[in-house]
Design a protein around this ligand. Structure first.
Ligand code: IPM
Ligand code: MN
Length: 359
């Protein structure tokens, strides 16, 4: 059966890197005899400025009902100062498709890419599960007397038992499969939950409650709690102490940029927005970088690795591994864009990696 994939290149370098991600998806399709039906959707700042439509009224239902997965490049454009289109397309899809797991692996592919001294790939290899449907992102609140000296701005953080429970549970379940794959090491897998319950004594008390409730159900996994500020310190001092980190929406947003830095920059970081068992969405962690758009300089590897996460999610593990292997080989050989020390452009990086897959 053909797999149907919606591709939303979006804005800026999103367009550039998506073309290369599609190139490697086609390459593994040919090599493994898989047929992908790829439909490109024009939703972007350009489309919004031309039509006034960010996402059509049936857009979310269409993604959910007609596609097996969604791939997004990046969204954000200075011509849309309130970023309304990004909010509708990216955050809207997260909320409307209830993609509660934001899965962001942090994996160093080559020691030379790590900004920390003397670190090897075995020191930087963890995943972050970011709660993706509530927290401070729900946009509940308002502004009173906006624009005056008396302005009051309120942005509420929503934490629900259901929302916290399902993401923390997902982190433990994932850690369980991961400890199995690390069995040679004889070390239990570790789950660290990060919150700010020392200051946010209502909302984050709920995270504490849920974590304490779930941890004993996973006796094979080492639970740990850290306040978010301490976590950022330890991620930089010694990232090797982490296997799985679970945290809320905003903190997850922040620490995954830090994680991207540890693995060599935003150009390499991949992500999946998941609702296990349902149509899910995959995107590189980086933004649209308007000044770099169309210049053939953006690193397409984060987009390719996101495509690999998508294929893995769809059960195509060999296809996913082929993409990951080819990206790894290119990085090891120093083939890639300038910001990771290579000499290639976006398209040439795509060509090299697609050719490696086809070999
Ligand atoms: C991300 C991005 C988005 C987020 C922005 C574009 C709203 O930074 O996916 O990490 O904050 O979730
Ligand atoms: Mn972010």
């Amino acid at each position: 059966m053909d797999l149907k994939i919606a591709v939303i290149p979006g804005d800026g370098i999103g367009v550039d890197v998506t073309a290369e991600a599609v190139k490697v998806i086609r390459a593994v399709g040919d090599v493994f005899g898989r047929r992908f039906e790829i439909e490109t959707l024009p939703w972007s700042a350009d489309h919004y400025l031309q039509t006034g439509v960010t996402i059509p009224p049936n857009g979310y239902a269409m993604l959910r009902d007609e596609f097996d997965a969604v791939f997004i490049g990046a969204l954000g454009d200075p011509r849309v100062p309130d970023n309304r289109h990004a909010r509708d397309i990216l955050l809207g899809t997260r909320f409307e498709l209830d993609l509660y797991v934001n899965y962001r692996p942090v994996k160093l592919l080559d020691a030379r890419l790590c900004p920390l001294k003397d670190r090897t790939p075995s020191d930087v290899n963890f995943v972050v599960f970011r709660e993706n449907t509530e927290g401070l992102y729900v946009n509940v609140g308002g502004r009173f007397k906006a624009g005056t000296d008396d302005e009051v701005a309120i942005q509420e953080e929503v934490n629900t038992y259901k929302g916290v429970h399902r993401i923390v549970k997902h982190a433990f379940e994932y850690a369980r499969t991961r400890s199995a794959s690390l069995s040679g090491e004889r070390r239990p897998s570790r789950v660290c939950m990060a919150d700010k319950s020392n200051a946010m004594t209502h909302g984050h008390a709920l995270w504490q409650r849920v974590f304490k409730e779930l941890a004993p159900r996973y006796p094979d996994i080492q639970p740990r709690h850290l306040y978010i500020d301490a976590l950022t310190l330890l991620m930089v001092q010694d990232p090797s102490q982490f296997d799985v980190i679970v945290t809320n929406n905003l903190f997850g947003d922040i620490i995954t940029d830090l994680g991207a830095a540890l693995q060599g920059g935003l150009g390499l970081a991949a992500s999946g927005n998941l609702h296990p068992g349902k149509t899910s969405m995959f995107e590189p962690v980086h933004g649209s970088a308007p000044p770099l758009a169309g210049k053939n300089v953006a690193n397409p590897m984060g987009a390719m690795l996101s495509a690999a996460l998508m294929l893995e999610y769809l059960g195509l593990t060999s296809e996913a591994a082929a993409i990951e292997g080819a990206v790894q080989a290119a990085v090891t050989a120093g083939q890639g864009t300038r910001e990771i020390g290579g000499t290639l452009g976006t398209r040439e990086t795509g060509d090299v990696i697609a050719a490696a897959i086809r070999k």
